[in-house]
Design a protein around this ligand. Sequence first.
Ligand code: RET
Length: 228
Amino acid sequence: MNETVALWNWIGFGGMLIGALLFFPHTRRPVSEYARQSYLGLFLVPLIAMLLYLMLALGQGRTEVEGRTVSWIRYVTWILTTPLLLNQLARLVRAPGSFVAALLVSNTLMIGTGALADLSPTPQRYVWYGVSCAAFVAVFFLLYSDFTRRAGQHGGEVERTFRRLRDVNFILWLGYPVVWILGTSGVRVLDSGLQAALYTLLDLAAKVGFGLLVLSGRDLLERVGTVA
Ligand code: RET
C-alpha cells in the first residue's frame, strides 16, 4: 500500500474516532426516546466507519481484480452506514414505513451493485456501475418527491431543515460515483492516493459533518418526536 493511501486511511480513522466521541454524549442526554434513537444512529455511523478505516489502515479489506486493488471493505461500511444516514432524514419528517422501505431498497441496490461493479471484470463493471447510478437516481428521486411533500406537510422549521439536509446529502453523495469513475475503479484519472484522500474527505463530510448539521437542529427532533 502506498504511503499517501495509508496516511489518508489513518486520517479517516482519527476523524471517525473524533466524530464518535462528539456524538456519544448526545445518546446519553435526557431527551425523548424518539430523539435518542436518532442520536444513537448518528453515533453508530462514525463508530462503524472508524473500525473499517482501521482495517484499511492495517492493510486489510482489499482484493485484486485484473490488477486493480479493490477496497471491498468500503462497500461494507457504506451498506451499514447509508441506511442510518437516510433514516435521519426519514425520522425528521416522520416518513411512513412504505416510503422508508422504498428508500432503503433503492439504497441497498445502489451500494450492492456498486460493489459488484468494482469486483467485476471490464466491461461488465460498467454495466453494474450504470445500474448503481440508476439506483442513485431512485434514492434522490424519492427524497425530492415523496419525502419533500411529506416535509411540506410539517412546514416551517422541519421543512426548511429537511430541504437543507437533503441538498447537502445530494451534493456530497454525488461525489462518490464521480470519484469511482475517475479513480482506480474507472478511467484512472485519479491515482490511488488522490482517490483515498477524496473518499476520506467525502466520508468525513457525509458522516461527521452531516451529523453535526443534524445535531445543530436538535430541539427540532425533540418537537417532531412529540407530534403524533
Ligand atoms: C458507487 C459506485 C457505483 C455508482 C454509485 C456509487 C454511489 C455511492 C454512494 C455512496 C455513499 C456513501 C456514503 C457513505 C457515508 O456513510 C457505489 C460509488 C452511484 C452514493 C454517504
